[in-house]
Unconditional design. Structure first.
Length: 267
């Protein structure tokens, strides 16, 4: 950090596997505390922290989340959400000690990357014709939109503010269907009701014990997929009038084309 004036802290571990909890807390919370402390020591002018909408906590079904939402303890909050919430506390602590900080809270980020980890695993699961879908609703955003918004906020006067970054609110079924069409694969055909979702994640857990391969469907992800949460982005659009989000259909088509050209398909 010596000789620079701004830091974008985007490093984190994303996982819904219970076995990853300790490592995820160490990376996401302690790692963020380290960044904040070093930024204070180095006299950094501005720190932009890439948090997550998960750090705002889950809502009742059908609620719309804005930047004003306050964290509430809930059984629906995942370990990842807890790690990002406490990481944010380190960032706000840094602001109290003199740092100029801005926080962005992206929804589920979609794009091309390592499809064995993070939200990229959604593409791998659909490519492998994972059969389950739910009618739950969540927010999704293009990875390049997140990057553009961050750069614009670095170049814009902003301090002590948070901004939700969300392209569109879609059902999980709509998302999976769109990705399946992009890969020319079979659409998910089994609707996971709350009861079936509880059975399905247990089945996937047992299968993991035999195959050694982690599954996107866990206790946490199964329960999240049943909720309906909408995200409001009026604040970032007011702050950056020239900024607009890419339609998810375009984001998914581009990502699918990149995955189809990737050597990952042979793994």
């Amino acid at each position: 950090m010596v000789g620079i004036d701004a830091v974008i802290h985007a490093a984190a571990k994303v996982s819904f596997q219970a076995a990853d909890r300790s490592e995820m807390f160490r990376i996401n919370i302690e790692g963020t505390a380290n960044v904040v402390n070093l930024a204070l020591e180095a006299g950094i002018t501005k720190v932009l922290y890439v948090s997550s909408v998960a750090a705002l906590g889950r809502t009742k079904n059908g609620d719309t989340v804005t930047e004003e939402k306050k964290w509430e303890e809930s059984a629906m909050n995942t370990n990842y959400a807890l790690s990002k919430y406490h990481a944010e506390m380190e960032v706000w602590r840094g602001m109290g000690e003199g740092l100029n900080v801005t926080v962005v809270n992206p929804s589920t980020i979609l794009g091309y990357g390592d499809w064995n980890s993070s939200s990229c695993a959604i593409f791998k699961n659909v490519y492998n014709e994972f059969p389950w879908y739910t009618s739950g609703v969540n927010g999704f955003v293009d990875v390049e939109d997140v990057a553009r918004a961050i750069v614009l906020l670095l170049e814009t006067e902003s301090s002590g503010e948070r901004y939700i970054l969300n392209g569109e609110n879609w059902t999980f079924q709509e998302l999976f269907n769109q990705i399946a069409r992009g890969f020319n694969k079979k659409l998910p055909y089994r609707r996971a009701t709350p009861l079936l979702a509880e059975i399905a994640w247990r089945f996937e857990k047992v299968k993991t014990l035999f195959t050694g391969k982690t599954s996107l469907l866990t206790r946490e992800s199964a329960r999240i997929s049943q909720t309906k949460t909408y995200f409001n982005t009026s604040k970032i659009k007011t702050k950056l009038p020239e900024f607009s989000f890419t339609p998810l259909s375009e984001s998914i088509e581009k990502a699918c084309n990149n995955y189809l050209l990737s050597p990952q398909l042979t793994r």
